[in-house]
Design a protein around this ligand. Structure first.
Ligand SMILES: Nc1ncnc2c1ncn2[C@@H]1O[C@H](COP(=O)(O)OP(=O)(O)O)[C@@H](O)[C@H]1O
Ligand SMILES: [Mg+2]
Length: 246
């Protein structure tokens, strides 16, 4: 479904992503793990067109998407969320999702024109899916951190992506919130038949959910395989588990 080959990106001489190749099969839950600074966010930004690569290619469903701007990448069926919260804090939860659905339908969202009933059925269904029905009328900015992340998940699903890229969806969460959030994400992508590629720095978080794990270290993929294969990989144990096991 997604084929990344030889992707490379430097920032003023510093190679953040170095010849990364990765394939994601349809239906997979694929985790990219690696310590902070490994190049995970940069890799995602290269795939989604938020950064231009120096070398390499990205193909989605057989078509090259390298160099396409972010909105064109989204149109192809690739949804994403960011490591930092990106909701409209002063709009209600419902309005946030409505905005994303209106954008998907190709209509321009105008802040001065009321959304009224636009996309309301689809909005309510999405809120139900991510467990935010009770928060529908509350301001997004007043939700707890965990609930803002649930809202972000709804926003990234609004475009009906076939693959979802989530960059550290559990960043900043307590262990309990992390567990709930991973369970929610797993349930939602399976229910909606969405392929998932996500990043995580804590290796223990991904074992329960990932069908495939790729390990990124200093901008390079050092291992890729099933959770069992990755856990047993000597290079991974040396450079990753040895350093950040806790
Ligand atoms: N815009 C940028 N300019 C300069 N250096 C950057 C930029 N973005 C990321 N980097 C550097 O690239 C490396 C990888 O960063 P990042 O992709 O954010 O890692 P991760 O998401 O795995 O924590 C880090 O050393 C970071 O400082
Ligand atoms: Mg990151």
């Amino acid at each position: 479904m997604l084929e990344v080959s030889g992707l490379t990106k430097s920032f003023s001489g510093f190679v953040a992503v170095n010849g990364v190749s990765l394939s994601v099969q349809s239906g997979e839950i694929h985790a990219v793990i690696g310590p902070n600074g490994a190049g995970k966010s940069t890799l995602f930004n290269l795939i989604t067109g938020h950064l231009a690569c120096d070398e390499g290619e990205v193909r989605f469903e057989g078509q090259p998407i390298t160099g396409l701007p972010p909105h064109a990448v989204v149109r192809r069926g690739i949804g994403r969320s960011f490591q930092r919260i990106s909701v409209f804090p002063r709009l209600s939860v419902t309005e946030n999702v409505q905005t994303a659905i209106v954008a998907r339908d190709g209509r321009e969202f105008c802040f001065w024109r009321p959304l009224l009933g636009s996309g309301l059925d689809a909005t309510m269904e999405l809120l139900e899916t991510v467990g935010l029905s009770d928060e529908a009328d509350n301001l997004a900015g007043e939700l707890s951190y965990g609930k803002q992340k649930q809202l972000e998940l709804a926003l990234s699903l609004a475009g009906e992506p076939r693959i979802l890229l989530l960059d550290e969806p559990t960043a900043g969460m307590s262990p309990r919130e992390t567990e709930d959030s991973i369970a929610l994400i797993g349930r939602v992508v399976r229910e909606r038949n969405v392929t998932l590629l996500f990043t995580e720095h804590d290796m223990t978080v991904v074992f329960g959910i990932a069908s495939r794990i790729s390990v990124l270290h200093h901008g390079e993929i050092i291992a890729s395989g099933t959770p069992e294969e990755v856990r047993a990989n000597a290079a991974v144990q040396e450079v990753y588990l040895g350093r950040s096991a806790h």
